[in-house]
Design a protein around this ligand. Structure first.
Ligand code: TXA
Ligand code: MG
Length: 361
């Protein structure tokens, strides 16, 4: 596997690899992606094989400009209110961590969309990603560059740890600034958040009006209630691969177990987290410095690198950027299990909670 930086020459090399049907791991503002030419079925098949991803789980097609949208999406299949809404949302949030699920053009390979009549399309803001996509022909299908069901990579070395040298090249663009995946938003028949992510429900509602209750999956996220049940939320990482396999999923990012570390992870509301005892062999992931200090004062927990804070100041954006890296860090320390605290269920905190909940299964 060729290791590259983000110079024009390196991006050109990576693009040549994609154009020739190869696979390139590349940075985006959310997580690293495993990219292939969206119109090359042989390359797409390799993406699924390398990730160990079931073929029913469709890929996101990355574009590098507004005009490329119509190469993938059949916008004539949208009603005019839907089309206006799409234009409004794209104008506001593109380029950026928002993916639209739209009716697809017949030329888009079934393999990319898992034979769905729709395609997921995203215009990332990261500049190396934009240049790579443009030089590669304008349509790069890319899932996150991790093995199926595992923690998404937010640094080049994470992607290497996940996939070894199975891709043909990797572009190291440093750490990802957003740190959780894009929000997946379905447009047809009313807006629906299929996966909470880098653009929050509140940001979308500010532009599009209130999303109906029960819309998408974020509406089901009642963190404190669910997480007070201490039993039955443990699940180990390797269970992810068999989970709901073969079942058609509206958006397979909705699989219950996903983003999973090797170690069992428990996910709690703040109040329950505060009530936990300190077990020296366990790992703890606190949202804020205050939360960690309060707990440590009560339990007499020592200062160790197994007790980690996502954001000293309790900033959800910072917490999101660090989430996957810190989960990976705790996982690597050989802790017996990981206890993770929920963020306030608003803004990007909803996406962080979604990932932690799925990491817990
Ligand atoms: O931030 C991101 O979105 C990253 C970076 C690399 O761009 N990509 C990413 O891809 O997270 P992946 O494959 O890990 O997740 C794609 C999500 C899955 O939940 C998939 O089910 C959903 O998008 N998806 C793709 N096509 C869809 C479709 N036609 N209908 C509904 N959901 C779809
Ligand atoms: Mg993924």
């Amino acid at each position: 596997m060729i290791r590259l930086g983000t110079s024009a020459a390196d991006l050109g090399r990576a693009a040549a690899i994609i154009k020739a049907g190869g696979l390139a791991i590349f940075p985006t503002e959310t997580v690293y992606g495993l990219g292939a030419d969206a119109f090359n079925t042989h390359a797409l098949a390799r993406v699924f094989d390398v990730k160990g991803r079931p073929r029913f789980d469709p890929l996101i097609i990355h574009i590098a400009g507004f005009s490329a949208l119509e190469r993938i999406a059949d916008l004539d299949a949208l009603g005019s209110p839907e089309r206006l809404l799409l234009e409004k949302l794209a104008k506001k949030f593109w380029p950026g961590p928002l993916t639209f699920v739209l009716p697809k053009r017949p030329e888009v390979p079934d393999l990319a969309t898992a034979a769905l009549p729709t395609a997921a399309i995203r215009f990332p803001s990261q500049s190396a990603a934009q240049k790579l996509i443009e030089l590669s022909g304008g349509a790069v299908a890319a899932p996150s560059a991790n093995r199926f069901g595992r923690i998404s990579p937010t640094r080049a070395e994470h992607a290497v740890a996940e996939l070894g040298d199975a891709a043909d090249c990797i572009i190291d663009g440093g750490p990802c600034s957003v740190g959780v995946e894009s929000t997946v938003l379905s447009i047809q028949g009313g807006l629906k958040i299929l996966r909470p992510g880098g653009i929050s429900r509140e940001q979308i509602e500010e532009l599009a009006g209130p999303l109906p209750e029960g819309n998408g999956i974020s509406a089901n996220l009642n963190v404190p209630q669910d997480t007070t049940q201490r039993t039955g939320i443990i699940i180990s990482g390797n269970k992810a691969a068999t989970m709901e396999e073969g079942e058609p999923a509206a958006s397979p990012g909705m699989l219950k177990s996903h983003y999973a570390p090797e170690r069992p992870l428990f996910f709690y509301g703040s109040d329950v987290m505060q009530a936990l005892p300190c077990c020296p062999e366990d790992g703890y992931l606190f949202f804020s410095g205050t939360s960690r200090k309060t707990w440590a004062a009560r339990t007499g927990a020592p200062d160790t690198d197994r007790i980690i804070t996502l954001s000293e100041s309790g900033d959800a954006v910072e917490a999101a950027a660090r989430l996957f890296e810190y989960l990976r860090l705790l996982d690597g320390k050989g802790v017996r299990r990981i206890h993770a605290e929920a963020l306030p269920e608003k803004g990007i905190g909803a996406a962080v909670n979604d990932r932690l909940r799925r990491a817990a299964g």
